[in-house]
Write a protein that binds this ligand. Structure first.
Ligand code: BGC
Length: 368
């Protein structure tokens, strides 16, 4: 009898514990992260979460005034937490690759995680796109903004220095999504921040992006080796499938037997923008002929990574149950060049105490 009572007690306590845990995890996933909405006077709408600073959705009209969400992603924050090929995230501390996950600063070698073959990619195992940011809605001079802040501790992911980062998303009444990044450090470090949205101007999940017409304001690009690391050369695009100085369909040359396209499995390269210093200037323009949506990208950065979603393979089910197949989205990541910490001839990514890192990028929406 005593034995029966004891086992009943253990059984019911077990059930209670499981029940309490389920409630707790439900509460945690619900409470942990928030979603903020920015709207402008023309009905454009951006949703951003404080998990990774992810741009979860961006509603933009077509030439008939029909709104569609033009960024790939998930309906819930929990799905981003589970598995995210960088959909919409803020990338840092160093966007793109660092060869062999190491670099030297002031004579000291720093070792980072090798989370992409033998290289370090997008800030490491838990980059800025997978951490919780502080968020605050603010009313800026150009419209409604969301200010995100994050303190990346000295040694986080192997990087030196406490880096204090701020990212402000603003949706202006000129139909621009403006992203202002800034950072300061207490020890010499490296910084390269960007946003990793995958766009499809026909609407997320609405087919591949090969028919989009692209212009990139760059006469040169940084060719890569088989491991996606720049060779150091700034190669002229003229006469190659990398020439987007005149608007050209993304798919027009993507399958050519070109060594660089083979290495990248398509476009997955950094272009060297035509510009003076760090002026805010036009980097790229994309036009989607079916819907008439146009996106212009302006940036203060010297480079832009154009990536054609070559690693999408249909295994991800995104928003509204849409399946993201090969090349269903493209990224235009404004940035410093990949592997700059190991390429003394590339523009510097070093940030010293007392200095302020800044970068501004604008995604502007128009119709044609
Ligand atoms: C890189 C790709 C990488 C992708 C991950 C891009 O920024 O250029 O090589 O696979 O991010 O989503």
């Amino acid at each position: 009898m005593k034995f029966l009572k004891k086992s009943m007690f253990i059984f019911y306590s077990g059930i209670l514990l499981i029940f309490l845990n389920v409630c707790k995890s439900g509460r945690e996933t619900k409470m942990k992260y928030d979603i903020y909405t920015l709207k402008n006077a023309n009905g454009l709408e951006a949703k951003i979460t404080n998990y990774g600073g992810i741009l979860m959705s961006l509603m933009v009209p077509d030439r008939n005034g029909q709104f569609a969400d033009i960024v790939l992603g998930y309906d819930t924050v929990e799905e981003y937490v589970k598995n995210n090929p960088y959909f919409g995230v803020i990338v840092g501390r160093y966007a793109n690759r660092i060869a062999k996950g190491k670099f030297t600063l002031d004579g000291e070698e720093y070792i980072l995680a090798k989370n992409n073959g033998e290289n370090h990619l997008h800030g490491g195992i838990k980059g800025f796109g997978a951490v919780k940011w502080n968020a605050e809605k603010i009313e800026g001079p150009n419209g409604k903004s969301l200010k995100l802040t994050y303190l990346s501790k000295d040694g986080e992911e192997g990087y030196p220095g406490n880096l204090s980062v701020a990212v402000v998303y603003t949706l202006t009444d000129d139909n621009e999504l403006k992203i202002d990044y800034s950072a300061t450090t207490d020890k010499t470090t490296i910084v390269n921040l960007t946003n990793h949205s995958y766009f499809n101007l026909a609407g997320q999940g609405e087919g591949d992006i090969l028919g989009h017409i692209l212009m990139i304001n760059a006469d040169r690009f940084t060719p890569i080796n088989r491991n996606f690391i720049p060779t150091g050369e700034l190669r002229p695009v003229r006469g190659t499938p990398f020439d987007f100085t005149k608007p050209t369909a993304i798919g027009a040359r993507i399958n050519q037997k070109n060594e660089q396209l083979i290495f990248g499995n398509g476009y997955d390269h950094n272009w060297v923008l035509n510009k003076k210093d760090a002026e805010l200037s036009l980097a790229a323009r994309v036009y989607e002929p079916r819907t008439g949506r146009v996106m212009e990208v302006y940036t203060t950065e010297p480079g832009i990574q154009f990536y054609t979603g070559n690693f999408l393979d249909g295994s991800i089910k995104g928003k509204g149950g849409k399946v993201y197949k090969f090349r269903y989205g493209f990224c235009l990541e404004t940035q410093h060049f990949p592997d700059s910490p190991n390429k003394p001839d590339f523009p510097s990514v070093v940030l010293k105490p007392g200095e302020k890192y800044t970068q501004t990028t604008i995604y502007k929406f128009l119709i044609k």
